[in-house]
Ligand binder design. Sequence first.
Ligand code: HEM
Length: 207
Amino acid sequence: MDNNTERLYLYPAWIRIWHMTNALFCLILIITGLSIQFSNPTLVVKFKTAVALHNIAGILLTCSYIVFFVGNLFTKNGAYYVIELKGFVLRLMTQFRYYTFGIFRNEHPPFPVTSEVKFNPLQQFSYVVLMYLLVPLSILSGFGLLYPNITVNSVMGASGLDLTDLLHLCAGFLITVFMCIHVYFCTIGKTPTSNFKSMIDGYHDSH
Ligand code: HEM
């Protein structure tokens, strides 16, 4: 570590444990979900096994989501997810400009990481949409498919179960897209691996 590096403890143990289990369950859900969607007896995961694993991983992900939700409610980590609406669009655009131009010109990041502001505006927006909209939607629609008798029978003439299925697929698809982009953006740290190390020891390294 050079002398210009600042170390901030930003990822407490509970966040790291939640994140690791969450990423693992999401990976299992994506692989088994794809196996169920494109069911084919020659696929790596057999249909019946894929359904069983998907259900178990879905229930475990729900437990880990409750840890995240309650943890954010009662610790200071939740404050990082509160969006200050005034000027937010401008801050989003500034960060977007940095990712598309500034970063390639070696400019300084417009929103450096501090102990008060852990996420840049694009990160904050995507984490809020993901954790407070898409993940809950995938969990609720998943339970609707697991227990079809709790879903509404029809919505404006369309089958309630079909709509629940569509919501589940869309949420799952968007979470998968997020995960690919997320892992790529995690490589844009002080070094390509420093952000991954943060999620192991809890410390964020910045210039
Ligand atoms: C193999 C998959 C994944 C890897 C390698 C990974 C890696 C990371 C890393 C390095 C960070 C810290 C840097 C940062 O704050 O951006 C992070 C934070 C985060 N990741 Fe992931 N991630 C993965 C999957 C996921 C998934 C599936 C989700 C949600 C469905 C997720 C949600 C988050 C959230 C919400 C944070 C911020 C946590 C906080 O500090 O409050 N990640 N991830």
